[in-house]
Design a protein around this ligand. Structure first.
Ligand code: AMP
Ligand code: ZN
Length: 464
C-alpha cells in the first residue's frame, strides 16, 4: 500500500497519514453557504478534496473512507438574500444545493458520503453549547452565547497568530455582551422574521463555526483523520472549530491533519463574492468549456499554490486532454495503476506531478495505463465525451484540401497501429509518410504530420 504524505497546516510539516482506523478513514471538508451559485474559487477545494477522496478510496478501499462535506443553510447572507428577493429561505437553499450538485457534477466531483445541512443538526449544536457552558468554556449573555477564547490555551495555534494579530486582522466585533472582543458567537437571538429555534437561551440561531464541530462529531466522532477547506477559513473559522471541539472533548484530537488549499485569484486578488471579481462555474460551463477541461486546469497547479484562471490555460488544457482522449479512445484501461502517478498523488496530492507522469505514459505509448490514470483523477473516458473529436477534425495542411484529409486519415491509421501496438506496421507507414516529405511527430495533443519543403502530394498515392 502506497504511503500517503500530506502537508499538515497544524504542524507545518508533511506527515505520513496514519489513519486512526484504516477500515474507516474519515475526512471532513467545509462546504458552501448556499445562497448563490458557486464561483470558480469555490470549486477549487471541491476538486482538490475530491482527488484526495479518490486516492483514499484507491488506497484503503472504496468502502473504507467516509467523506463529509456540509451545506451551511443557516446564515445571515441567506437571510439577506431572502429579504431582498422576497423568496422563502428554504426555496433559496434548495435551489442553490441543486445548482451546486449540477455544477460540481459537471466537474467530475463525486458526491461525498454525507452532505449534512446545518439546520438538521441544531439539537446537536445546542447540546454541544450546553456542555461548553457547563464546563466553563462558554457563557451566556443577552440572549447570546459566547466562547471565551482565553479558556483555550492553544487558541491561534493552527494559523500561528498571536491574539494581537488576530484582533488586528479579523475585524473583531466589539459588543457589550462580550467579555473579551475575541470571544466568538456560538448562539445568537433571532427576531420574529428571522429563522430561529427554541433553546435554553431563548429563540435564536447558531453562530457559523459551531455547525462544523457538531456535524463532524455526529458523523465522524470526536477524533478523525483529515479536515480540509480553503486557507481563507484557517482563521477564524478553523481556529474556532478547534477551540470548540477540543474543549468539548478534552483529550481528543479533533482532526489530526489540517489541509488548506490556496486561493484561486483574479489579477493577484482572491476571487470572492465580496470583491465582486468572480465568475461562476455555471458561466464557464456555458461558455462551452467542458467540465473536465476546467478540472484539468485546476489539476495542473498544486493545491498549496495560488492559481489564476485564464482562457489560455483552458484552451491549452483542451488540446492536451483532446490528445489524451484520441489516444485512449476505444481501448481497455489497464487494471493496475501506473506507480509514478500514484506516487505523485501520494506525495501531498501532487496533481501537477501526476500529469507530468501521464505525459510520460503518452510518450512511451502506455495508453492503457494513461487511461487508468485519467480515471483515477476523475476525468471521464474518451467514450463518455465527444467534444474532443472536433478538435481533430481535418484541417488544411496544404493548399489542396483533399491532401489534408488524405494525410489526416493516414495519421489516424498510424495512430491506430500504435494503439494496437503494431509497431512494425506503424514504422513502415511512418517511413512512407516521410518519403512524401511529411514530418511526423507526437505532440502532447497527439500525432501530427507537418509538410516540409520536400512535400510531394503525388507520392501519397503510393502508400498502402
Ligand atoms: P464559502 O461558501 O464562501 O464559505 O466558501 C466555500 C469554500 O470555498 C471554502 O472552502 C472556501 O475556502 C473556498 N473558497 C472561497 N473562495 C475561494 C477562492 N478564491 N479560491 C479557492 N477557494 C475558495
Ligand atoms: Zn467548517
Amino acid at each position: 500500500m502506497a504511503e500517503i504524505r500530506l502537508w499538515n497546516t497544524r504542524t507545518r510539516s508533511k506527515e505520513v497519514l496514519q489513519p486512526i482506523d484504516p477500515d474507516n478513514v474519515r475526512m471532513y471538508v467545509c462546504g458552501p453557504t448556499v445562497y448563490d451559485r458557486a464561483h470558480m474559487g469555490n470549486a477549487r477545494p471541491v476538486i482538490v478534496f475530491d482527488v484526495l477522496y479518490r486516492l483514499l478510496r484507491h488506497t484503503y478501499g472504496a468502502d473504507h473512507v467516509t467523506y463529509v462535506r456540509n451545506f451551511t443553510d443557516v446564515d445571515d447572507k441567506i437571510n439577506k438574500r431572502s429579504q431582498e428577493s422576497g423568496r422563502p429561505i428554504s426555496e433559496i437553499t434548495e435551489e442553490t444545493i441543486r445548482w451546486y450538485h449540477e455544477d460540481m457534477g459537471a466537474l467530475g466531483v463525486m458526491v461525498p458520503n454525507h452532505e449534512p445541512r446545518a439546520t438538521a443538526y441544531i439539537a446537536e449544536m445546542i447540546a454541544m453549547i450546553e456542555g461548553l457552558i457547563a464546563d466553563g468554556y462558554a457563557y451566556a449573555a443577552d440572549g447570546h452565547v459566547l466562547f471565551a477564547v482565553e479558556k483555550y490555551d492553544d487558541y491561534g495555534k493552527l494559523s500561528g497568530r498571536s491574539i494581537d494579530d488576530m484582533i488586528a486582522g479579523a475585524r473583531v466585533e466589539v459588543a457589550p455582551y462580550k467579555r473579551n472582543p475575541m470571544d466568538f458567537v456560538l448562539w445568537k437571538p433571532s427576531s420574529e422574521e428571522l429563522p430561529g429555534w427554541d433553546s435554553p437561551w431563548g429563540r435564536g440561531r447558531p453562530g457559523w463555526h459551531i455547525e462544523c464541530s457538531a456535524m463532524s462529531l455526529a458523523l465522524l466522532g470526536e477524533s478523525f483523520d483529515i479536515h480540509g477547506g480553503g486557507n481563507d477559513l484557517m482563521f477564524p473559522h478553523h481556529e474556532n472549530e478547534i477551540a470548540q471541539s477540543c474543549c468539548a472533548h478534552p483529550g481528543s484530537d479533533f482532526a489530526k491533519i489540517w489541509m488548506h488549499n490556496e486561493m484561486l485569484q483574479v489579477e493577484g486578488k482572491k476571487m470572492s463574492k465580496s470583491l465582486g471579481n468572480f465568475f461562476t462555474v455555471h458561466d464557464v460551463l456555458h461558455q462551452g468549456i467542458p467540465g473536465e477541461v476546467i478540472r484539468f486546469v485546476y489539476l495542473q497547479t498544486h493545491y498549496r499554490k495560488p492559481m489564476d484562471w485564464t482562457e489560455r490555460k483552458a484552451s491549452d488544457a483542451k488540446r492536451t486532454l483532446a490528445g489524451w482522449y484520441r489516444m485512449t479512445d476505444g481501448i481497455e484501461p489497464s487494471t493496475s495503476l501506473p506507480c509514478e502517478v500514484i506516487e505523485a498523488l501520494s506525495n501531498d496530492i501532487n496533481t501537477a506531478g501526476a500529469i507530468a507522469a501521464m505525459h510520460g505514459l503518452l510518450k512511451r505509448e502506455q495508453f492503457p495505463e494513461l487511461k487508468a490514470a485519467m480515471k483515477l483523477l476523475g476525468l471521464p473516458s474518451a467514450e463518455e465525451v465527444d467534444w474532443w473529436r472536433e478538435v481533430f477534425a481535418p484541417v488544411a495542411v496544404h493548399d489542396e484540401p483533399d491532401h489534408a484529409i488524405e494525410i489526416a486519415n493516414l495519421v489516424d491509421r498510424w495512430q491506430e497501429m500504435r494503439k494496437a501496438r503494431d509497431f512494425v506496421a506503424a514504422d513502415a507507414l511512418k517511413e512512407g509518410l516521410e518519403a512524401c516529405g511529411l514530418k511526423l511527430s507526437v505532440t502532447p495533443e497527439g500525432p501530427n504530420a507537418e509538410p516540409t519543403a520536400e512535400f510531394d502530394p503525388s507520392k501519397l498515392k503510393a502508400i498502402k
